[in-house]
Design a protein around this ligand. Structure first.
Ligand SMILES: NC(=O)c1ccc[n+]([C@@H]2O[C@H](COP(=O)([O-])OP(=O)(O)OC[C@H]3O[C@@H](n4cnc5c(N)ncnc54)[C@H](O)[C@@H]3O)[C@@H](O)[C@H]2O)c1
Length: 363
C-alpha cells in the first residue's frame, strides 16, 4: 500500500492538477535500509528507520500510514499530538474502542483525517449510489455483498504474517470484511444489527521460520445485516476462496429494480429495472465511461477501463482537496472508519454470544 499511495500522489497531481503541490518529504520503514531503498525508488526527499522521527518532523503537514494494522493507532496518535493531518489505511484500528479514541483526539486537535476505503471511489460505485438515490430501483430492501479472495489458501506459504496476528484485528473480518461493510454503508446506510459466524478454516499454518503456527483469527466470516433504513441482507468475506482474486461486489434489490457489480470486472455495473417488454427483459451491462464521475479525467473514451491505482489517485485527489479547502474535510474520515469498526466488533461479539448484536451495544 505504501507504493500504491506514493504512485497516487504523483498520479493525482498529473491527472487532476490539485492546486496544492504535494512534496513526498520523508518515508519511514521498519529499518533505515528499507526506508532509504523505498524512498529512492518512490521519490521521497528523505528517509528514516524510525517512524517517530517522521511524526515529529516540523516539515511534515500530513502523515500517511500504510503499515500493518496493529501499528495504526500508535502512529496516528503521534501524528495527531504533533498537530498533523492523518491519512490511514483501512481498517482504521484493531477495535472500535481504539478507533473512537482516535476520532475524539483528531477532532479535539482540529486535524483532518481520511481512511483508505478506495473502492468507494470507483466511478461504478458512485454510479450505484446515484442510481439508488435517484429512486431508479425503487425502495431498497435487500443487500447481499461479499469480498472473496484466495491469497491465504496455501497453509504452507505465509504471504503476510502480520495479518494472522490478532493485534491487527480478526483476520479476514478486518482485512476484507472492512471493505464490504464500508460498501454496504455507502450504498444502503447505517447497519443496525448483525448475526454472524466466523470460521478459522486452517487452524495451523507454517510460520516464516518453518515451525507450526496456531491460527485463531477468521479465514471466513458471514453475517446477516439489518440496516437502520429497514433493509435487510448479508455480507460474507473469505481469504481462502479458491479461484477468487478480487471478488468484492454486491447486489442491491429495490421495489423497481436490482443493481449488481463485482470488482473482478471493476468497470461494469449490472442494472435491471422493471417494466421492460415481455420476453426482452434482462440486466443491462453499463460500462464505465466519461459520463461517470472522475472517469473522463483518466481517459476520454468509454470502456477503456480504470484500475486499482486509479481509484487510489481519486482518493488522494479527495484527500488533498479536503485538506486544502476551507470548511471541507476529506471523506471517508476517521469517524467513518470507526463506524465500520463498530460493525466488525459487533460481528465478533455476535459470533461469540451466538446471537444478534446491535451496533450500539459495542463502542
Ligand atoms: N485499501 C486497500 O485496498 C488495501 C489493500 C491492502 C492493504 N491495505 C491496508 O494497508 C496496510 C498495509 O498493508 P500491506 O498489505 O501494504 O502490508 P505490507 O506488509 O505489504 O507492508 C507493510 C509495510 O509496513 C512496514 N513496516 C512494518 N513495521 C514497521 C514499522 N515499525 N515502522 C515503519 N514501517 C513498518 C513494512 O516494512 C512494509 O513496508 C494494512 O492496514 C492493510 O489493511 C489496504
Amino acid at each position: 500500500m505504501g507504493r500504491a499511495h506514493a504512485i497516487a500522489y504523483r498520479a493525482a497531481r498529473a491527472i487532476f492538477d490539485p492546486s496544492t503541490q504535494v512534496t513526498l518529504e520523508v518515508l519511514a520503514d521498519a529499518t533505515p535500509e528499507l526506508a532509504s531503498t523505498a524512498a529512492a525508488s518512490l521519490g521521497f526527499v528523505r528517509s528514516t528507520g524510525d517512524w517517530r522521527n517522521l511524526a515529529a518532523d516540523p516539515q511534515i503537514d500530513m502523515v500517511d500510514i500504510t503499515t500493518p494494522t496493529r501499528l495504526h493507532v500508535e502512529m496516528a496518535r503521534a501524528a495527531i499530538v504533533a498537530g498533523k493531518h492523518v491519512y490511514c489505511e483501512k481498517p482504521l484500528a484493531p477495535t472500535a474502542t481504539e478507533a473512537w479514541a482516535l476520532v475524539e483526539e483528531a477532532e479535539a486537535a482540529g486535524v483532518k483525517t481520511m481512511v483508505g476505503f478506495n473502492y468507494l471511489k470507483n466511478p461504478i460505485t458512485v454510479l450505484a449510489r446515484e442510481i439508488i438515490e435517484s429512486g431508479e430501483i425503487g425502495e431498497v430492501f435487500g443487500f447481499h455483498g461479499q469480498h472473496f479472495e484466495d491469497y491465504m489458501l496455501d497453509p504452507n506459504t505465509l504471504v503476510s504474517p502480520w495479518r494472522f496476528d490478532p493485534r491487527s484485528g480478526d483476520g479476514v473480518t478486518a482485512d476484507l470484511g472492512s471493505h464490504i461493510i464500508s460498501l454496504a454503508r455507502f450504498l444502503v446506510g447505517p447497519v443496525e444489527a448483525v448475526s454472524a459466524r466466523r470460521h478459522t478454516v486452517l487452524g495451523e499454518r507454517v510460520a516464516a521460520d518453518g515451525t507450526a503456527m496456531r491460527v485463531e483469527v477468521a479465514d471466513e466470516v458471514s453475517s446477516l445485516l439489518r440496516f437502520a433504513s429497514g433493509a435487510e441482507g448479508a455480507m460474507a468475506a473469505s481469504w481462502v476462496a479458491a479461484g477468487r482474486k478480487m471478488a468484492l461486489g454486491c447486489e442491491v434489490r429495490g421495489t423497481k429494480g436490482t443493481l449488481a457489480f463485482d470488482f473482478e470486472r471493476i468497470n461494469e455495473l449490472q442494472l435491471y429495472t422493471v417494466g421492460q417488454p415481455v420476453g426482452r427483459d434482462g440486466f443491462t451491462t453499463v460500462l464505465a465511461g466519461p459520463a461517470h464521475q472522475d472517469y473522463a479525467s483518466f481517459v476520454p473514451a468509454p470502456g477503456h477501463q480504470l484500475g486499482f491505482n486509479d481509484l487510489k489517485a481519486i482518493e488522494v485527489r479527495d484527500l488533498i482537496e479536503g485538506l486544502t479547502a476551507d470548511g471541507q474535510a476529506p471523506w471517508p474520515d476517521f469517524r467513518e472508519g470507526w463506524e465500520v469498526q463498530r460493525v466488525i466488533d459487533a460481528i465478533i461479539e455476535s459470533d461469540r454470544s451466538n446471537g444478534w448484536c446491535r451496533i450500539d451495544q459495542v463502542a
